[in-house]
Design a protein. Sequence first.
Length: 194
Amino acid sequence: MSNLISKVSGTIRNWWVFLIIGILFVLSAYWMFKTPVESFISLASLFSALIFVSGLFTVFFALTNREDIDNFGLYLAGGLLDVLIGFILLKYPGMTVVLFSMFIGFWLLFRGFNLLSVSFKIKGAGDSNWIWILVFGILIVIFAMMSIVNPLIGASYLVYTLSLTILILGIANIALAFRLRRIKSGLSDLKEKL
């Protein structure tokens, strides 16, 4: 039993990675709301860098937990996709301007579905607050679909829609981090009793 608890506890030892990603998203959303973006290109560059850094952290999380988590491949694929998309967007800024909202829409769609999957994993672990992660995932999927369906929307609409979506994604990652931390803390207490 204690071996099982050690394995599960090791699975979530890097809960803080989601906290850092969430804080980055929230700060970026705040900056976008507070300071109207002068140029669509600067917004594209900001998101390109944010996606790239988020991918690096997600790959780190997946690799450091590869022995312990069941859905290692999902985390690794998501992180690698973020790194690849971020790299492409940073390397080809002209293409970024043209395809920006579609890239962001598909990226957010993948992240939204990832949160939906994680919410059901948390539900399976017995956490009663899994519904919030599910709601955030659904909202992200809805906003992502709006960006994909109508990629030629106005720049201000895109800025505010993406700001709101990134804010929701940041809050969801922070909530997920604290849920994982709580689960890890509970497992540590249980391990000590055994």
